[in-house]
Design a protein around this ligand. Structure first.
Ligand SMILES: Nc1ncnc2c1ncn2[C@@H]1O[C@H](COP(=O)(O)OP(=O)(O)O)[C@@H](O)[C@H]1O
Ligand SMILES: [Mg+2]
Length: 586
C-alpha cells in the first residue's frame, strides 16, 4: 500500500515539483496569496476599532462618534467578507485547475504503459492514484498551503499588534500559548496516525466491495454469503474503530483549546483590571485583547489540521509522481511508416517469457503469406494467445525475430504497426456504452452505415436489431447482458469496420450455443477473406479450410500442415479432432 513514502512534513523538492503545475495559473496564485495577506491585516482592524469605541466614544458618551465607528465596523466586515469570498473561490479554482492538468497527465501516462505493467499492478491502486490521490493534492491548495500562510501571518500580526498596544498585558495573556502549541503538536501526531488508519480501512472496504460485487455470482453459487458477510463486517468494524479514534482526538483536543483560551481571558481580566485600576492600561485595551485572544486561538487550533492536509497532499503527490516517473512503455524506436505493407508474416526462432526465463514460447518459427490463413490449435495454456500478443508488440520477445514483409516489427512505428492489424480477443471487453460506440471505439471516420453494413456481412445485424434500441442499446458494464457469442460477434464487427491488412482472431473458449457457433463460423469466413489471418481455434470446424495449421504444445510447434495432411499424420491433431468429434455427437 503506502510503501516507501518519505512522510516528511514538508518536502521541498516535492513541493517545487507540485508548484510547476501552478505555473499556468500563476496570476490566480499570486492574487490568492495577496488576498491572504490582506485578510490577515484586515482582521486587526476590528479589535482596534472597538478599542477606540470603548476608550473615546463610550466613556465620553459620544453618540455620533460611536455611530461613525459602528459604520466603519460594518464596512470592514463587509470588505473582509468579500475578500474571504474571493480567497476561497480562487484557492479552490487553483487547486481544481492544477489537478485537472495533473490527472490528464497521469491518465495519459497510464494509458500508454505496456501490458506487462498491468500484469503486476493492482487495478485498484491505479484508480486510487488517478482519482483520490490527486483529489488530496487539490486540498493542498484550497485548504493547505495558502491558508497556512494566511493563518501564520494572522498569528504573527496579532502578536505584534498586542505587544505594540500593551507590552505587559501581551506577555501575561500569551502565557498559555506555548502549552497550546505543545498540545497542538501532540494532537497532530495522534490525528495523523488515525487518519492514515481510516484511509487504509476505506481502501480495504473499497477493494472488498468491488471484488465481491464483481464476483457476486461465485459468492452466491457457492453459498458464501454468510462467510463473506462476516469478513465484510470485520473490515467494517475496523473502519468504525479507526474513525472513532479521530473523533476521540478531536473531542479531547477541542476542550483543551477551550480551557487554554479561557485561561488567557482569565489572566487578561485578573491582571488587566488591576492594570486599569493602576492606570497602566485602559478598558478599551481589555476589549481589544479579548478579540485578539480569540483571533490567536482559532488559527493555532486549526494549524494541526492544515498541516495534516498539507502532509497528506505531499504523500499523494509523491505517489502520483512515482506513476509519472515510471518508465514502462513499449519502446517505440521504429521509424518506418511505409504505406502499403503487404502482410507477409514470419516468426523466426522466437522465444518469449512473461517473467524472466520461464519461456512460454520456445523456438517458434512459421510463415504466413499475404492473403493466407494460419490456424493455431492446442491445449489450454499451450501458448496460442501468447503468439498473438507478440505480433502487435503488446509484449516484446526475448529472442528471435518477427518480420512483416521482411521488416523487423521493432523497426515499424508502433501505432502504424498496430493499425495494420485487427485483433479479436478471446475475452471480449465491452465498455458501458452503446453497441455502436463499442464497435467504432469513437473513431470519427466510421459511419453508422459502415457499422450496419459490417454487421450485416458478419451476420450480427439481426440480433443487434432485436435489442431494445438496436445499435444504441447500452451494454452495461463489461457487457454482462450479452452472451459470450454475441460479444465476440460485436468484436468481429469492430475488426471488420477497421478494415485491417492482418486479422488476428482468438476464438472464445466458453461454450457457445450452436446458433452462435454457426454465426461465428460464417463471420470468420467473411473476415478472413482476402487477408492474412491468424486464428486461434477451439472448434476445429472453423479452421478446416485454413492454409496451414500449427499444433502447439507446451510452447512448441509439434505439428504443421493442412487439415488433410494432419489427419493423415495420425498424431496430436488427429487425437484432438477425434475428441471433439465424439463430444459433438453425444
Ligand atoms: N500475462 C501473463 N503473465 C504471465 N504469464 C502468463 C500471462 N498470460 C499467459 N501466461 C502464461 O503463459 C502460458 C501460455 O498461455 P496462453 O498463451 O494464454 O495459452 P493459450 O492461449 O494457449 O491457452 C500459460 O502458462 C499462462 O499461464
Ligand atoms: Mg488463449
Amino acid at each position: 500500500m503506502s510503501k516507501s513514502i518519505s512522510g516528511k512534513a514538508f518536502d521541498f523538492s516535492l513541493f517545487k515539483r507540485t508548484m510547476t503545475y501552478v505555473k499556468p495559473y500563476n496570476k490566480m496564485f499570486y492574487i490568492t496569496a495577496f488576498l491572504s495577506i490582506l485578510l490577515a491585516l484586515i482582521a486587526l482592524i476590528r479589535p482596534i476599532l472597538i478599542q477606540i469605541a470603548v476608550n473615546d466614544n463610550i466613556k465620553k458618551l459620544d453618540k455620533e462618534g460611536l455611530l461613525f465607528i459602528t459604520i466603519l465596523l460594518v464596512i470592514t466586515l463587509f470588505v473582509e467578507s468579500i475578500f474571504q469570498y474571493f480567497f476561497t473561490l480562487l484557492g479552490n479554482l487553483l487547486g481544481q485547475n492544477v489537478i485537472k492538468d495533473l490527472r490528464n497527465e497521469v491518465f495519459k501516462k497510464v494509458i500508454n504503459f505496456k501490458l506487462k505493467y498491468f500484469d503486476k499492478t493492482p487495478i485498484g491502486q491505479l484508480v486510487t492514484r488517478t482519482v483520490s490521490d490527486i483529489e488530496t493534492i487539490a486540498e493542498m491548495f484550497s485548504g493547505g498551503i495558502l491558508v497556512i500562510i494566511g493563518d501564520l501571518l494572522k498569528i504573527v500580526s496579532v502578536i505584534i499588534c498586542m505587544f505594540y498596544i500593551n507590552w505587559d498585558l501581551a506577555i501575561i495573556t500569551l502565557i498559555p500559548i506555548p502549552i497550546l502549541f505543545f498540545a497542538t503538536s501532540v494532537f497532530k501526531r495522534i490525528i495523523k496516525k488515525a487518519f492514515q488508519d481510516v484511509r487504509e480501512q476505506v481502501s480495504k472496504l473499497n477493494t472488498f466491495v468491488q471484488e465481491h460485487i464483481t464476483g457476486m455470482s461465485i459468492v452466491q453459487l457457492f453459498n458464501r454469503e454468510e462467510v463473506e458477510m462476516a469478513a465484510f463486517s470485520e473490515i467494517n468494524k475496523k473502519h468504525r474503530d479507526a474513525h472513532i479514534r479521530t473523533v476521540w482526538a478531536y473531542s479531547v483536543f477541542f476542550p483543551v483549546v477551550e480551557i487554554l483560551s479561557a485561561l488567557s481571558i482569565a489572566l487578561l481580566v485578573w491582571y488587566g483590571l488591576g492594570e486599569v485600576a493602576k492606570g497602566y492600561a485602559n478598558s478599551g485595551e481589555i476589549f481589544s485583547f479579548t478579540f485578539f485572544i480569540y483571533m490567536l486561538y482559532r488559527p493555532i487550533r486549526q494549524l494541526a489540521d492544515r498541516f495534516n492536509t498539507l502532509q497528506m497532499g505531499m504523500v499523494s503527490s509523491e505517489r502520483v509522481f512515482k506513476v509519472l516517473d515510471t518508465q514502462s512503455n513499449i519502446e517505440n524506436k521504429g521509424i518506418l511508416t511505409t504505406e502499403g505493407l503487404e502482410g507477409n508474416i514470419s516468426f523466426k526462432n522466437v522465444w518469449f517469457a512473461y517473467n524472466n526465463e520461464e519461456y512460454v514460447l520456445k523456438n517458434i518459427s512459421f510463415q504466413v503469406k499475404k492473403g493466407e490463413s494460419l490456424a493455431l490449435v492446442g491445449a489450454t495454456g499451450a501458448g496460442k494467445s501468447s503468439i498473438i500478443n507478440l505480433l502487435g508488440r503488446y509484449y516484446d520477445i526475448n529472442k528471435g525475430e518477427i518480420l512483416i514483409d521482411d521488416i523487423n516489427i521493432n523497426d515499424i512505428e508502433l501505432n502504424r504497426l498496430r493499425k495494420y492489424m485487427a485483433i479479436v480477443l478471446q475475452d471480449v471487453f465491452l465498455f458501458s456504452d452503446s453497441i455502436y460506440n463499442n464497435i467504432t471505439l469513437n473513431s470519427e471516420t466510421i459511419t453508422k452505415e459502415d457499422v450496419v453494413e459490417a454487421a450485416k456481412k458478419v451476420g450480427a445485424h439481426d440480433f443487434i436489431s432485436q435489442l431494445p434500441g438496436g445499435y444504441d442499446y447500452n451494454v452495461k458494464e463489461r457487457g454482462a447482458m450479452l452472451s459470450v457469442g454475441q460479444r465476440q460477434l460485436i468484436s468481429f464487427i469492430r475488426a471488420y469496420v477497421h478494415q485491417p491488412e492482418i486479422l488476428i482472431l482468438d476464438e472464445a473458449t466458453s461454450s457457445i450455443d450452436s446458433e452462435s457457433e454457426e454465426l461465428i463460423k460464417h463471420a470468420t469466413k467473411v473476415l478472413t477473406e482476402g487477408r492474412t489471418s491468424i486464428i486461434v481455434a477451439h472448434r476445429l470446424s472453423t479452421i478446416q479450410n485454413a492454409d496451414t495449421i500449427l499444433v502447439i504444445d507446451k510452447g512448441k510447434i509439434v505439428e504443421k500442415g493442412n487439415h488433410t495432411e494432419l489427419l493423415a499424420k495420425n498424431g496430436f491433431y488427429k487425437r484432438l479432432f477425434d475428441y471433439q468429434f465424439i463430444n459433438q455427437t453425444d
